[in-house]
Design a protein around this ligand. Structure first.
Ligand code: FAD
Length: 473
C-alpha cells in the first residue's frame, strides 16, 4: 500500500510518523511519500538561532494541559529538552489609552473568579466591572445553535469586558474578530461552563478552584512548555525519525488530484519546473484550507460553504542591550493590545523574561505581533518601517528608549485560520462527504479542529489512523 501525505508542517510530519508506527505495529508494509511545497519542513514552525539567541518566528510554546504535544516530545526522546515558562514572569498586561494595566487578578481566561480582586483592577471602568459582574444574576443564555464568541460574551459580561479582555485574550489566539469567530469551534468550554453553572462567573470560580488543585499537583509548573533549542528542533527530530521510511519531496507542490479505479492520482510540480504524477491508495491532506480546497473540489467533495478565512500577521523580534533598558521587565510575560487602541502592535511577548534560556543575560528581547483580521494595514509597511513603528510603540508603552541592536521580521501571509460561526456544522458535512466519496482520504491541520500545536498533532495522528484503517481493515 502507498500513502501520500501532503504538507510538511507539524500535522503532516506527525501523520507520516504515525503511519510508520501503525505499519510496524500491524506488520503491514506501507510506502509513504510526503510532499512539501517549500524548500524546508516545519510550515509555521521556524526558529532563529542567531546572535546567541534562540527565538521563534512562529509559535513559541505549547499548552502543556493538552497532552499530545508533551507526549510527542517524549516519544521523540526530547523529554530532557522540555522547558517550562518562567513562573516568575506570570504577570500579563493589557494596554488601555496607551498605558499598561495588569490583567485583573483571580480570573479564569479573563472571567472574574475572585470578585474582590477583579474589583481592584485598573483596566476596566467601574461601570464596566459592574456590568461584567451582572452575569451572576442574569438568566441562563438560551443558545440552541452556534453564535459568535463576541455575541455570547457580550450578552453575559458586557461590551467593555469583551473589548478590553475577551477579544485580546480569546480572539487573539486566532488573530481574529471576536464578533465573527464561532463560539462552538473556538471556546466551546465557555458555553459549556455557562450551561453547567448558568453564569460564566460562577462556572469560572469552580474552574479556577479545580485549576489551582491541579496546579498544586504539578508543583507550580507553568501551563506552557517549549524546547530548549527551539521548536524547530522538534521538526528536525521528526524529520530524522521518519527519514528512513518516508520519501520526503521538498520544493514539490501538489497541484491536482484525481480519483482512479484503485485510489488517487497526485500530480505535483517541482521548484525546478518539473512535473510528475504518482498513484496512491490513500491520502492525508494537511495543507492550509485554501490549498486543500481546490484539490478537494477536483474530487467533488468541498463546496464554497466551507470557508475558513486566514488572517495575516507578522512577528517582529527586537533585541536590546540590557544596559540600555532602564525598565525592569523581569516580572511579566508581556502585554496585549485591544483593537480599539488602533496601534500596529496586537501583542508583545517578553522573551527574555518568559523564556530566559532563549536570551544571553546581557540582552532584553521582545517579540511583537502586528496584524489581525480587519487590522492588516500595518503589514503593508516594509521591514524597516515596521521595525521603526513597533519600536516607537514599545517606547511609548513600555518606556524602552533605546534602539534595538538586532531585529528579525517574519511575515505570515494568510496564516491564522479563523473559524467562523457555523464552522462545526460545515466541518461535519465535509467529513461526511469525504467518507462517502473519498475512501482512505483524510484532512487534518490548523484549518479544521484547533490551531494549537497539540491540536495539530492529534489531528495528524487521527487522520493517519483513519487512512490506515480504511486501507487495512
Ligand atoms: P502548516 O504549518 O501551515 O503546514 C502546512 C504545510 O503545507 C506548509 O509547510 C505548506 O508549505 C505546505 N503546503 C501548502 N500547500 C501545499 C501543496 N499544494 N503541496 C505541498 N505542500 C503544501 N500554536 C501554538 O500551539 N502555540 C503558539 O505559541 C503559536 N503561536 C503562533 C504564532 C504564529 C505567528 C503563527 C503563524 C502560528 C502560531 N501557532 C501557535 C499556531 C501553529 O503554529 C500552527 O497552527 C501550526 O504550526 C500549523 O501546523 P500545520 O501543519 O497544520 O500547518
Amino acid at each position: 500500500m502507498k500513502v501520500a501525505v501532503i504538507g510538511g508542517g507539524i500535522t503532516g510530519l506527525t501523520a507520516a510518523r504515525h503511519l510508520i508506527e501503525k505499519s510496524r505495529s500491524e506488520d503491514v508494509p506501507c510506502d509513504i511519500v510526503l510532499y512539501e511545497k517549500d524548500s524546508r519542513l516545519g510550515g509555521k514552525i521556524r526558529t532563529y538561532r542567531e546572535q546567541g539567541l534562540v527565538v521563534e518566528g512562529g509559535p513559541d510554546s505549547m499548552l502543556a494541559r493538552k497532552p499530545a504535544g508533551v507526549q510527542l516530545l517524549r516519544d521523540l526522546g526530547m523529554e530532557t529538552d522540555i522547558v517550562y515558562m518562567n513562573p516568575e514572569a506570570s504577570q500579563t498586561f493589557i494596554v488601555r489609552n496607551g498605558k499598561l494595566h495588569p490583567m485583573p487578578q483571580g480570573t479564569f481566561v479573563g472571567i472574574p473568579a475572585e470578585v474582590e480582586k477583579f474589583l481592584t483592577s485598573s483596566l476596566l471602568s467601574g461601570t464596566g466591572k459592574l456590568r461584567a459582574l451582572a452575569d451572576v444574576w442574569l438568566p441562563a443564555s438560551p443558545i440552541q445553535q452556534d453564535v459568535s464568541l463576541g455575541a455570547f460574551l457580550r450578552s453575559r459580561l458586557g461590551d467593555e469586558w469583551v473589548d478590553y479582555l475577551g477579544e485580546p485574550l480569546l480572539a487573539g489566539i486566532y488573530a481574529g474578530r471576536i464578533d465573527q469567530l464561532s463560539l462552538f469551534a473556538t471556546w466551546r468550554q465557555l458555553y459549556d461552563l455557562a450551561v453547567q453553572s448558568r453564569s460564566l462567573i460562577i462556572g469560572a470560580m469552580a474552574s479556577r478552584k479545580r485549576q489551582q488543585t491541579n496546579r498544586s499537583g504539578l508543583s507550580g509548573r507553568s501551563a506552557f512548555v517549549t524546547v530548549r533549542t527551539g521548536l524547530e528542533s522538534v521538526i528536525e527530530r521528526l524529520r530524522d525519525d521518519i527519514a528512513q521510511a518516508v520519501s520526503i519531496r521538498l520544493g514539490t507542490q501538489v497541484v491536482a488530484m484525481r480519483r482512479t479505479e484503485n485510489g488517487y492520482e497526485v500530480r505535483s510540480t517541482g521548484d525546478n519546473g518539473s512535473s510528475a504524477s504518482e498513484t496512491f491508495d490513500g491520502v492525508v491532506l494537511t495543507t492550509p484550507v485554501a490549498a486543500a480546497k481546490p484539490l478537494l473540489r477536483q474530487l467533488d467533495i468541498v463546496s464554497d460553504e466551507f470557508d475558513v478565512p486566514y488572517a495575516s500577521t507578522a512577528t517582529i523580534i527586537l533585541a536590546y542591550r540590557k544596559q540600555d533598558v532602564a525598565v525592569d521587565l523581569s516580572h511579566a510575560s508581556g502585554f496585549l493590545v485591544p483593537r480599539s487602541e488602533g496601534m500596529a502592535m496586537t501583542a508583545s511577548t517578553w522573551m527574555s523574561s518568559k523564556w530566559p534560556h532563549t536570551t544571553p543575560s546581557n540582552m532584553v528581547v521582545l517579540r511583537c505581533y502586528v496584524g489581525r483580521a480587519g487590522q492588516e494595514e500595518y503589514l503593508q509597511l516594509d521591514d524597516e518601517a515596521m521595525v521603526k513603528q513597533v519600536s516607537r510603540e514599545v517606547e511609548s508603552i513600555v518606556g524602552i528608549q533605546a534602539e534595538p541592536v538586532w531585529h528579525k521580521v517574519t511575515r505570515w501571509s494568510h496564516a491564522m485560520p479563523n473559524y467562523l460561526v457555523g464552522h462545526g456544522d460545515h466541518l461535519q458535512r465535509l467529513h461526511a462527504a469525504i467518507q462517502s466519496q473519498a475512501p482512505a482520504l483524510a484532512v487534518a491541520g490548523a484549518g479544521y479542529e484547533g490551531l494549537g500545536l497539540p491540536d495539530c498533532i492529534v489531528q495528524g495522528q487521527r487522520a493517519a489512523d483513519e487512512v490506515f484503517t480504511a486501507l487495512f481493515r
